[in-house]
Write a protein that binds this ligand. Structure first.
Ligand code: FMN
Length: 222
């Protein structure tokens, strides 16, 4: 096999005890993450948002197309515009579009159509999924598994924010078409998630919920 275009894998073997320690440390860190809906307006340096985006962008992606654009907004006017448009959609969702089965599972979270986090948080990061790409010959081609790829990138971004001591909320003000227009993105980019990022408000509260056990979320065949 030709080695053109390949480099040796950078990999270091760890002892079993080191692997166990790292696995547990990471779990404890991740298990402390909570979706936060009450933000302080305290500012967050742009460099931290850039680092989190770089973490998100390390995600594996279908055919390595990295089919995502993270649009980070700290401009207050633009955030207010996004909030107004999101609340118009959310009011329709909560009052007309939301079936009873959905209301049932949202009830413990205490969410409603008021989205103050969109103007309180110092940064709003909108993750756009790219459904097409420009090929070497200038033609347009599809991307592959862009939803899966962007989901993984979002998870890594969320973890990076948590790991640096900030909080975020995974917000989906559906339908999200208004974000393409406000943020001037091309037609092949589709807003997927709205992620306010910042410090929690001093009196921030979170729903008292628990996570499923290992047994509930996994099946092993040995
Ligand atoms: C794809 C997705 C969409 C979500 N949409 C919303 C949303 O629109 N509004 C909201 O307040 N929370 C939203 N959430 C946050 C969930 O409600 C939250 O992750 C869940 O209640 C578990 O809480 P935890 O993140 O603190 O563990 C969303 C989460 C995901 C993954």
């Amino acid at each position: 096999m030709s080695s053109d275009g390949f480099v040796p894998l950078s990999w270091e073997e760890l002892s079993n005890s080191e692997m166990e320690k790292r696995a547990l440390d990471l779990f404890n860190n991740m298990n402390n993450r909570r979706t936060t809906r009450h933000f302080s307006s305290r500012s967050v340096p742009k460099e931290l948002i850039e680092k989190a985006i770089m973490c998100g962008s390390t995600a594996p992606s279908g055919a390595h197309l990295q089919p995502w654009t993270f649009v980070a907004v700290s401009n207050q006017e633009l955030k207010a515009k996004m909030r107004d448009a999101a609340e118009i959609e959310e009011r329709k969702t909560y009052s007309q579009r939301m079936p009873e089965a959905w209301q049932e599972v949202l009830q413990p979270l205490g969410t409603d159509a008021v989205k103050e986090h969109m103007t309180d948080a110092p940064w709003i990061v909108v993750l756009f999924r790219q459904s097409k790409r420009v090929r070497g010959n200038g033609e347009t081609g599809p991307t592959y598994y862009s939803t899966e790829s962007c989901g993984i990138a979002a998870g890594m971004f969320i973890h990076a924010i948590h790991n640096m001591g900030l909080v975020t909320l995974t917000h989906t003000p559906s339908p999200m078409g208004f974000l393409r227009e406000i943020l001037q993105r091309p037609a092949h980019e589709h807003a997927m998630l709205v992620l306010p990022v910042g410090y929690p408000a001093v009196d921030a509260m979170v729903p008292d919920i628990s996570r499923k056990s290992l047994e509930e979320v996994s099946v092993f065949f040995e």
